[in-house]
Structures are given as C-alpha cells and as structure tokens.
Design a protein around this ligand. Structure first.
Ligand code: NDP
Length: 384
C-alpha cells in the first residue's frame, strides 16, 4: 500500500535526509508536493526524480527558473506564499514540516487543517504559534509527530508510560562547538567557527542556534507545547557526545532514554514508519568504542539563550514568538558579519524587553507579532 507525502523544505538538510529514506522505499510513497525557497534547479531535479505532483518555490522571483527546469514534465510549478499554502493544503497522509523559521508556519498550519500526520522538524513554527497550533491540531484531528531528535526521543520514551506519571523530562544538548570557550573567545567567534558543529550536520540557522544554545531554548518551549507536564519538570542537560537524545523520568524512579547515532535519519525514520519501524542505513551505536558518556549542567552566564527561552515560556502569550523572531534576525545578522556572536542573545533580550504584544489568538495574529518583533530587532541593528 502506498502512502502520500508532502515535504515542505525539500532542498534543506532535513529534506535531504527524508528523501534519502523515501528513495530507499520508493514503492511505498507517492509524492504530492515538494517545496523550497529559491533553489529552483535542485527542487526541479528532486520533483522529477520523485515524480511529484507539484513543486513550489516560496520566493516568487524564482518561479521562472523552476518552470524552465520543469519544462516538458507534467509536474506543476508554482511560486509565492499563497502557492506554498495551497500545496500544503492538498492533503497528504504525511507532511514533513522542514522549512526553517517562522516562514514554515502558514504552510504547516494549512497541513494541520487537513487533519493528517505532520512530522514536525520546524520548531520555530510551534514555538511562535504555541497554543494556536496545538489547538488547531486538536480541532482538526491531526497528529504531530516530533521529528527533532530530542522530542522524538521523548515521544518514544513516553510510549512506555502515562504522561501524568512523568516526574521530569531531560532535554540533552551537545553544548555546540563553543562549549568550553570563555566569554572573550565567544565575543570573537566567527560564522565559519560557529558553523562547525561537533556532532551534527545541519542547516546554517540551527547550527548557529546550537552554538548559542538558543536551539535548546527553542526546544525547551517546543517540549512544553508537545508534552504538557509543566515547565518546572523540563530540564536541560549538556551531554557532549549526543548519544542519549533525551530522557523521561517516571515517578517510580525509572528513567527511560532513547540512544542512537547523531543522524537525523533515525528520528525521521521513526516518523515515516510510525507506529511501526523501518530500516535505516545508519551505523549502529558502538558503545564500547565510545567508552564514556559525560554530562554537565548548562552555563547560563556564557550561554544566556536558555534563560531567555525559559523567561519567554513562563511569560507565555506572544513572548515565545518575539524571542524566536528576534533570534532569526540576530542569527542572520551574525551570519552576514554585522554583529558579534555574543550580540545574538543580547539582541533577543533587548527585543523581548521592548516589545509586549497581546497574546495572539489566530495564525494572522502570530504572524503580526513575528513581523513586529523582526521590525524592532532589525531597528536595533541600525547605527544610532
Ligand atoms: P536548511 O536551511 O537546511 O533548509 C531549509 C529549507 O527551508 C530549504 O528547503 C529552504 O529552501 C527552505 N526555506 C528557507 N527559507 C524559506 C522561506 N522563507 N520560505 C519557504 N521555504 C524556505 O534547514 P534545516 O533542514 O537544517 O532545518 C529545517 C528545520 O528543521 C528548522 O526549523 C530546524 O530547526 C529543524 N531541525 C533541523 C535539524 C537538522 O538536523 N538539520 C534537526 C532538528 C530540527 P532553499 O533551499 O530554496 O533555501
């Protein structure tokens, strides 16, 4: 029996890992939509290979190139924000949400409205929309399958017990490439250094988020939305080897952990095959070769992002959307060489301090908060 799949963010790192798995079980899948922002030639090649129904570039300026690359095929080509939402609304048994940033929110919500399964990698969408998204999931009978390795680990550990029996959820963090750096070294860190993650091969934005620890901050909020145990029960633990992907402790003192190689194909496979299992080409863990697993408390003096995320989660309402939007602006500025590494968290903190919006109740209100936070954060980058 074939299942249909839509992949939002097909040309990215999660997109490539997902398509690698689909390619290995090609006869099991019918591809509905593949999307990108502007990598039209890459998208067209994937659409041809997988026989997609439609290929969409979010940036309309790239549509002509996409059309040309798809000429002679019967694959539809479309461009722009509305086309992205339309493609996500076509309904697929499984939609993989793998666009980076809040840009993925509207199409993810459109997929949720179709009531299917959503493999959610795009953490910023859930962080920004919060209850607006979780309420839509409930209303439309959709199923959110966490794809982020930590949340996928927690999801798997929760299959062994009841959520009301959970005493604590521990999100593990590699600590990123700068785990042992001093504040002075962090100030001078370059984009090239920050883009070298010790364990994971990922897109640029999440790699910088891992270096600042904002990735763990966003994941803390994501965990709060996915697993309603209360913020006080969610903890962060630095574990440099990235072998234990997260843990759940139950009230009887049992702690369950999910372990695996640092390869996103493992959690993605768990979503593709859920509730079953599928083969992956990933090398199995060799714990004897690893020898030692180590753990440390996070240092919020050098890496304040997790504290900012906790404050945003506690404040609730619009605060997580403001945090995430300001972070997107700050990360882009750092990658463009406009601000120092340590300015990223400061810019987020300043935006949060300046902007207090009412709690958004709808998708368009979330998008309005996102736009306003971007405006405020970008304004702070301007020379005085
Ligand atoms: P990449 O940067 O590698 O890929 C992003 C994808 O989104 C590309 O297909 C890109 O298209 C598309 N895209 C970028 N901007 C827009 C836009 N404005 N509108 C529509 N599409 C856009 O990111 P990753 O794959 O690393 O990450 C994707 C998401 O998954 C993020 O939210 C990240 O936090 C999360 N995640 C990623 C992990 C990883 O290992 N990579 C692990 C866990 C979570 P184009 O190629 O044309 O630019």
């Amino acid at each position: 029996m074939t299942r249909s799949i839509t992949l939002l963010g097909a040309t990215g790192s999660i997109g490539a890992s997902t398509l690698d798995l689909v390619r290995r079980e090609r006869d099991k899948w019918r591809v509905v939509a593949l999307t990108a922002n502007c990598q039209a030639a890459e998208l067209a090649a994937l659409a041809r290979e997988f026989g997609a129904e439609i290929a969409v570039v979010a940036d309309e300026r790239c549509l002509a190139e996409l059309r040309e690359a798809l000429a002679g095929s019967d694959i539809e080509a479309a461009g722009g924000a509305a086309a992205l939402v339309e493609a996500a609304s076509r309904g697929a048994d499984l939609t993989v949400s793998a666009i980076v940033g809040c840009a993925g929110l509207a199409p993810t919500m459109a997929a949720i409205e179709q009531g299917g399964m959503i493999a959610l990698a795009n953490k910023e969408a859930l962080v920004s929309a919060g209850e607006v998204m979780t309420a839509a999931v409930e209303r439309h009978g959709a199923t959110l399958l966490p794809t982020d390795s930590e949340h996928n680990a927690i999801f798997q550990c929760l299959q062994a017990g009841r959520i009301e029996d959970v005493r604590a959820i521990t999100l593990t963090a590699s600590g990123g490439p700068f785990r042992d750096w001093s504040h002075e070294q962090l100030k001078a860190a370059t984009p090239a250094q920050a883009l070298k993650h010790p364990n994971w091969d990922m897109g640029a934005k999440i790699t910088i988020d891992s270096a600042t620890m904002m990735n763990k901050g966003l994941e803390y909020i994501e965990a709060h939305r996915l697993f309603p145990v209360g913020l006080e029960k969610i903890r962060i633990l630095v574990h440099p080897q990235s072998v234990i992907h997260s843990m759940v402790e139950y009230r009887d003192g049992s702690t369950l952990a999910q372990l695996g190689p640092s390869d996103m194909r493992v959690p993605i496979a768990s979503c593709l095959a859920w509730p079953g299992r599928m083969n992956t080409p990933c090398a199995p863990l060799d714990l004897a070769a690893l020898g030692t697993l180590s753990f440390f408390a996070p240092d919020e003096e050098r890496f304040p992002a997790t504290r900012l995320a906790r404050e945003a989660a506690e404040a609730g309402g619009a605060a997580p959307a403001v945090l995430s939007a300001a972070n997107e602006v700050a990360v882009a500025a750092f990658l463009a060489g406009k601000v120092e590494f340590t300015r990223i968290a400061l810019l987020v903190a300043e935006t949060m301090a300046q902007l207090h919006c009412p709690a958004p109740q709808t998708l368009s209100e979330v998008l309005a908060v996102d736009a306003e936070a971007r405006r405020v954060a970008a304004g702070m980058l301007e020379p005085a």
